[in-house]
Structures are given as structure tokens and as C-alpha cells.
Design a protein around this ligand. Structure first.
Ligand SMILES: Cc1cc2nc3c(=O)[nH]c(=O)nc-3n(C[C@H](O)[C@H](O)[C@H](O)COP(=O)(O)O)c2cc1C
Length: 386
């Protein structure tokens, strides 16, 4: 049986024979679902049966518990690489994400984009975060990442960077809700769970607009939505508006993961409410993997174990060795430089230490400086005062 559909836009989907086809996308999904008819479509005069599934994924398929709030390691460009994500999982994150990767870059095989796709089995469950504004490229990239074995596709609707916005991707999608839904729908073709990460508006908080968008995502079968309750224009200024987040979470029937400004167990305690299904942590965990174990302790009803700077540094030294094993000494240290800033923040004499660490080009020297900091903070916190 062939249905002649108005060709509005196109989808890439995999047929049962695992081949890739372009499929005309209809707006009459509801009719198909109600009638329980599989979609049939034509391509090069061939009739294909497309196994279209809606809403068949659940967070439990990703190992996300029903009895406990979830703890995510939020994506961070330039930080959350494969090594970081292994540590995040080891220290208690339920799920990790790649940094945002251009769907166009994947489809056109740009080396820069493909590099970010590397992951290790021990990271699972792992989400790949895609950004883009062209449904057909999102569809194709989604199928490619599904082939690579990712567990989840997360669509970026929160990035405020100009080079991303200019192309209509990231947080710009909040201004084009129809396109935002088409993007999600395109990702669904890869037959992996799909989630979305977003802010609460572009220039101004737009609670009603976000709620409408989430209702559409719910219909499409999105498994959860992570919300950083700042607007795109805000960048990182002001504070994350968890009240706005709560208002949204109360109105929608889709799991909401809260994100923003959680740097300690106290921050989490003050923000977490019944309506919020979990939390995602970004900046707080940079050079501080112990934050994951502390938050996990709290979420599982245990007394969170505090970690001394010396312990944090020991973990960080192991992290350095693993990064160097992956990238080599020169590139590894260049990659790690931005972490040092976070590591020494708040320590007396931080400016001098930071300057030393970021200019050092030998691994042994870096380790020695870090060990000295650890040793001296144990003995005398004031030792490093300039
Ligand atoms: C350096 C940096 C890079 C980031 N890169 C991404 C990214 O690639 N994708 C994304 O969705 N969010 C990205 N974010 C936003 C974070 O995931 C998170 O939403 C934000 O930092 C708020 O959480 P926090 O207060 O725990 O840091 C980035 C944030 C930082 C600081």
C-alpha cells in the first residue's frame, strides 16, 4: 500500500535491511499512529517498508534509576573528552555526554568533528551531543553516530556562541520551535533515545514557549530534557533561575534534569525538588571529580565524604597521566592547561602557581608542582602566599 504524502521535508532513515534511504516526511503522523499503519514510501520507484517507532524509549533503558535522582556529567566543549568522561563515570555520574559536535561536520567528515566521537566502553551509558540546524544533516549524522555505538543522542539547544547561533543552531532553535521539533524528529530516525539540552529562552525567559516546545518533544518521544535556566543572552552572568525551572517542570510530563550553579552538596540540597528528575554538573566538576561522588552520596542518602585538596590533586595527577597517554606530553599539557586554573582557584598564591603551571612544558615538573601544592596545603595552607 502506498500513501501519497505532501512532501514537506525529507528524512533519512534506515530500512529494515539497514540501508539508508531518504523518506518524505509527512505531518500526518497522528493519522498513521492511530491507524497503526507502518509508513510506506517510495524511493527510486522502490517501495520500502519503514519500521517507524515513536516513544518506545525510556530512561530506564539507559540505566537511569526510577528510585533515585539522576546525576549527569554535562557536556563541556574543550573539557569533557573521553578521559574526563571515564573519570566522571568512575566517580558517580550516571551518564556522560560528548561535547557538542557539529552534525554538518560529522556528515562531511571534518577531522575536527570526528575526533570528538572517540569513546571507551567504560563510559557507557554515553550520549553524543549534536548541534545543527538542518534536519537532513542531523538525520544523517544521527544514523552515523548510532552506527558508532552511542547510547543516546542529545540535541544542543542551549549554546549561545555567536558562530553557532548565526547558523540557526544551539540556543537559536528556541526562536524557531517548528524547526527545533523537526530537528528532534530527524534525530529520532536513528532509532536511539533522543534527549535535548536547552536554556529557558533566548533574550528573555520564555516559560510558556519552553513549555509548548517540551510538549512537542514529549509527543515525539524525547526521553528527558536538561535545562540550564539562564537565557542565551545571559551567557553565564547572573544566576541560574531554578524557580523558573521548577515552574516548567511542574507543567510538563517529560523528565526534567536541572543544570546550573551546582558546586557543592549544599547547592544541590537547596535546589533539588520532587519535580526535578536529576541534575547535570558542568563547571563544578572541572579538576574536582570528587564532586560527583559527593553528590552521589547525597542522592543515595549517605553522608557525603568531603575531599581534601590533596586528594583532589592526587586524582587529578592520575587524570593527567591518562590524558598524556592519550595525547602525548606536549599536546596533553596544552589540553590540560585550562584545568589548572580551576584546580588552584581559591588557594593562597593561586596566581603565581597558575602562572607556573600553565607555562611548564615538562610533565615531571607539572607533577612536582602539584605534589608540592598538595603537600603544603596539608602542612600549612598559608605556605604559598606570595
Ligand atoms: C567551557 C564550557 C563548555 C561548554 N560546552 C557545552 C557544550 O558543548 N554543550 C552544552 O550543551 N553545554 C555546554 N556548556 C554548558 C554546560 O553544559 C552547562 O549547561 C553550564 O555550564 C551550566 O552548568 P554549571 O553551572 O554546572 O557549569 C559548556 C559550559 C562551559 C563552562
Amino acid at each position: 500500500m502506498i500513501f501519497f504524502l505532501g512532501k514537506i521535508t525529507y528524512h533519512y532513515v534506515k530500512s529494515r535491511s539497514e540501508k539508508l534511504y531518504i523518506v518524505p516526511l509527512s505531518h500526518s503522523y497522528a493519522l498513521f499512529e492511530i491507524l497503526g499503519i507502518p509508513r510506506v514510501t517510495t524511493f527510486h520507484e522502490q517501495v520500502l517498508y519503514v519500521n517507524f517507532r515513536v516513544n518506545t524509549y525510556s530512561p530506564t533503558m539507559l540505566g537511569l534509576s526510577e528510585d533515585r535522582k539522576w546525576l549527569f556529567a554535562a557536556p563541556m566543549a574543550g573539557y569533557t573528552d573521553t578521559v574526563y568522561r571515564r573519570y566522571a563515570r568512575k566517580f558517580g555520574a550516571d551518564i556522560v555526554f560528548t561535547e557538542m559536535i557539529s552534525a554538518d561536520g560529522i556528515v562531511y567528515s571534518y577531522k575536527r568533528s570526528l575526533r570528538y566521537l572517540m569513546f571507551h566502553e567504560s563510559e557507557r551509558p554515553i550520549g553524543v551531543q549534536l548541534f545543527g540546524s538542518k534536519p537532513e544533516l542531523i538525520a544523517k549524522a544521527s544514523i552515523m553516530v548510532a552506527e558508532l555505538g552511542f547510547d543516546l543522542i542529545d540535541i544542543n539547544m542551549g549554546c549561545p556562541m555567536r558562530k553557532v547561533i548565526r547558523k540557526g543552531a544551539g540556543a537559536a532553535l528556541l526562536k524557531t520551535p517548528q524547526l527545533a521539533s523537526e530537528i528532534v524528529e530527524a534525530a529520532m530516525g536513528a532509532k536511539l533515545p533522543v534527549s535535548v539540552k536547552m536554556r529557558i529562552g533566548f533574550e528573555h525567559p520564555d516559560i510558556d514557549g519552553i513549555i509548548r516546545l517540551l510538549e512537542s518533544f514529549k509527543r515525539l518521544g524525547v526521553v528527558f530534557v536538561t535545562i540550564h535556566p539562564r537565557t542565551a543572552s545571559q551567557g553565564f552572568s547572573g544566576s541560574a533561575d531554578w524557580n523558573a525551572l521548577l515552574k516548567i517542570a511542574k507543567k510538563v510530563d517529560i523528565p526534567i534534569v536541572g543544570n546550573g550553579d551546582i558546586f557543592s552538596v549544599d547547592d544541590l540540597r537547596a535546589r533539588l525538588t520532587d519535580e526535578i528528575r536529576g541534575v547535570a554538573i558542568a563547571r563544578g566538576a572541572i579538576a574536582n571529580f570528587q564532586l560527583f561522588s559527593q553528590l552521589r552520596d547525597y542522592l543515595e542518602g549517605r553522608e557525603p565524604e568531603s575531599a581534601s585538596l590533596a586528594e583532589r590533586i592526587e586524582t587529578f595527577i592520575n587524570f593527567i597521566h591518562d590524558e598524556i597517554a592519550l595525547r602525548g606530553e606536549r599536546q596533553g599539557l596544552a589540553f590540560l592547561r585550562k584545568f589548572f586554573v580551576h584546580l588552584v582557584r581559591g588557594i593562597s598564591g593561586a596566581r603565581r602557581l597558575r602562572a607556573k603551571l600553565v607555562t611548564e612544558t615538562k610533565l615531571e615538573e607539572v607533577i612536582e608542582i602539584l605534589r608540592k601544592i598538595a603537600e603544603n596545603t596539608k602542612i600549612n595552607a598559608q605556605y604559598f602566599v606570595d
